[in-house]
Design a protein around this ligand. Structure first.
Ligand code: FPP
Length: 289
């Protein structure tokens, strides 16, 4: 297939707003490729991070427009401390700039900011800034945004285990629901879709508990270029997936206990399941009658 045909196909899909089949409630994004975006333009890495920060607004708006309820953004990992000090400092400062610049609009747009990760590992000025954003947006409901900043999945699980022991929870009371309640994300639904930009095929210690059954979508596009059309491609791809949760293909279509039929409002699958049941009962009636 030529590039032109591929582009046509892509634009057709984007332009025609595909029907909402299965819509993820929770989308998590590994925002990667700021450095490569800058290098491709002969710019310093800092410019890539600034461009990445500028991109947050349009992607969050696009998510909100599509009725996505939760977005988790991986902005700084527990491993990112290993980067050069200047770059770490830059990303910290950038978060402060983003909060200062965007907070009023986030409040007005009904976006609720939450933080996942180790707040206490950050400089006091940044902790205060994040707490302010959380406080000012706490009653908002239109979109919940988890800012994963100084976040690591293994660290999250380690913290949870420590706290469970600290709370003297007896061993036989520990189950998956209990562990979930000790994670940073607590009662939130698990991510349905994890998007990674800039082509790397790694999980990078992101939501390793919560993402156990997430669908993955990787694009070669660098984060600063990941726009509304790119988001739609990811959502289209998600809509075509069949989430099996360990079951067989046949069970997925017919078993209403399948969480993908219940949680995701996958109307196509439900319709298909109902259609099959209807066809089956018609068939049975014919045989009987
Ligand atoms: C990955 O690109 C990006 C980061 C580790 C920093 C994330 C920051 C942003 C997306 C900007 C938004 C910022 C805040 C503070 C909310 P990379 O540097 O790993 O790119 P590369 O792999 O091409 O070098």
């Amino acid at each position: 297939m030529t590039i032109a045909t591929l582009t046509d196909l892509r634009q057709k899909r984007i332009g025609n707003q595909p029907e909402a089949v299965a819509k993820p409630r929770h989308v998590a994004i590994i925002m990667d490729g700021n450095g490569r975006w800058a290098r491709a333009r002969g710019l310093p890495r800092a410019r890539g991070h600034h461009a990445g920060a500028d991109n947050l607004r349009r992607v969050l708006r696009a998510c909100s427009d599509r009725g996505i309820e939760f977005v988790t953004l991986f902005a700084f990992s527990t491993e990112n401390w290993r980067r050069p000090r200047r770059e770490v400092r830059l990303i910290m400062d950038l978060l402060e700039i983003v909060i200062d610049r965007e907070l009023e609009e986030l409040v007005a747009e009904g976006v609720q900011i939450r933080h996942i990760g180790r707040l206490d590992g950050l400089a006091p000025y940044l902790q205060d800034k994040i707490r302010l954003a959380i406080h000012r947006t706490q009653h908002n409901q239109s979109l919940i945004v988890n800012l994963a900043f100084n976040y690591g999945g293994r660290d999250e699980i380690t913290q949870a285990i420590r706290q469970i022991i600290h709370d003297r929870i007896p061993a036989d009371a520990i189950d998956e629901n209990l562990i979930r309640s000790y994670l940073f994300t607590q009662e939130q639904p698990d991510p349905d879709l994890i998007i990674r930009t800039s082509g790397e095929l790694r999980v990078s210690n992101f939501l390793i508990w919560q993402g156990a059954y997430a669908e993955f979508y990787v694009t070669d596009t660098f984060w600063p270029d990941f726009d509304e059309a790119e988001l739609q491609l990811a959502l289209d791809s998600y809509a075509r997936r069949k989430r099996r949760y360990g079951q067989t293909d046949e069970q997925c279509v017919t078993d209403s206990r399948n969480p993908s039929l219940r949680q995701n409002g996958n109307r196509h699958q439900v319709a298909r399941a109902n259609g099959q049941r209807d066809a089956q009962s018609t068939q049975n009636r014919r045989v009987r009658g």
